[in-house]
Design a protein around this ligand. Structure first.
Ligand code: URA
Length: 240
């Protein structure tokens, strides 16, 4: 049964909590798979070191990407096997665009391109001001025209939703056809904000995540979460 984003915001592990959830605007897909849960548990563990954290992030993203690309567009194709003619599909043109949000989204790129090696990759640098919690763009490398493109945003932590909301508007301004955000974890507050801030956009928008956590703490960190994803991937150089 379809559920609202608000009612999905919990550690509710019942099967029905893991169905795609549609709000007014955002389709939320919390992936129910034992390997996803297993890898996420290891990622959450504060004892997991950086090299292991990076490897697990890649593996987890590949699993999430498998679901996130369920709607990737294909065209029919006729090929010849060593034995006979066969019908199949190829990915349609234009190819999907993968956009990691710098810095922590970079840790998700390898896991995504393993599944979609022919995808084009753009980059978006957004930084969250820790005082105001507003996101500002400091770098972008994307095609000006995204007409007809299926876009996959990579951002490990959907916390306040400010960064992803800015990124979606950035892609919508370039006429992206649809946007799917792949996040390791999401907070209910961020999902609700995304829903509010994307209402005016005529843009199908999906969030695929391994879990929706309890909520945000006073510093806007996800609880229980996994800490600072960028720091756990790359260390804390330059952040203090
Ligand atoms: N960014 C992170 O890296 N972790 C959080 O919990 C929230 C935002």
């Amino acid at each position: 049964m379809p559920r609202t984003l608000a009612s999905a915001a919990s550690h509710d592990q019942t099967p029905s909590a893991r169905q795609p959830l549609r709000s007014a605007n955002v389709l939320l897909n919390v992936i129910d798979h034992p390997l996803v849960a297993h890898k996420l548990t290891k990622l959450r563990n504060e004892a997991t070191d950086s090299p292991t954290f990076r490897r697990l992030t890649e593996e987890l993203v590949t699993l999430l990407a498998y679901e996130a690309t369920r709607g990737v567009r294909t065209v029919p194709a006729q090929i010849r096997t060593p034995l006979a003619e066969a019908s199949g599909v190829h990915l349609a043109s234009p190819t999907p665009l993968v956009v990691p949000i710098l810095r922590a989204g970079l840790g998700m790129l390898e896991g995504m391109t393993r599944l979609l090696p022919t995808a084009e990759v753009g980059f978006l640098g957004l930084v969250r001001d820790e005082q105001t919690l507003q996101a500002t763009t400091y770098a972008s490398r994307l095609p000006d025209d995204l007409s007809g493109r299926q876009c996959y945003l990579l951002d490990p932590m959907l916390a306040t939703g400010g960064t992803l909301a800015s990124a979606i508007h950035f892609l919508a301004d370039r006429h992206a056809a649809e946007v799917t955000a792949i996040c390791l974890l999401a907070a209910p507050e961020g999902l609700a904000r995304l829903d509010r801030e994307t209402q005016q956009l005529q843009l199908p928008f999906t969030v695929v995540t391994a879990a929706v956590d309890v909520g945000l703490d006073e510093r806007a960190y996800i609880v229980p979460g996994l800490g600072d994803a960028g720091d756990r991937l790359y260390g804390s150089a330059g952040s203090h």
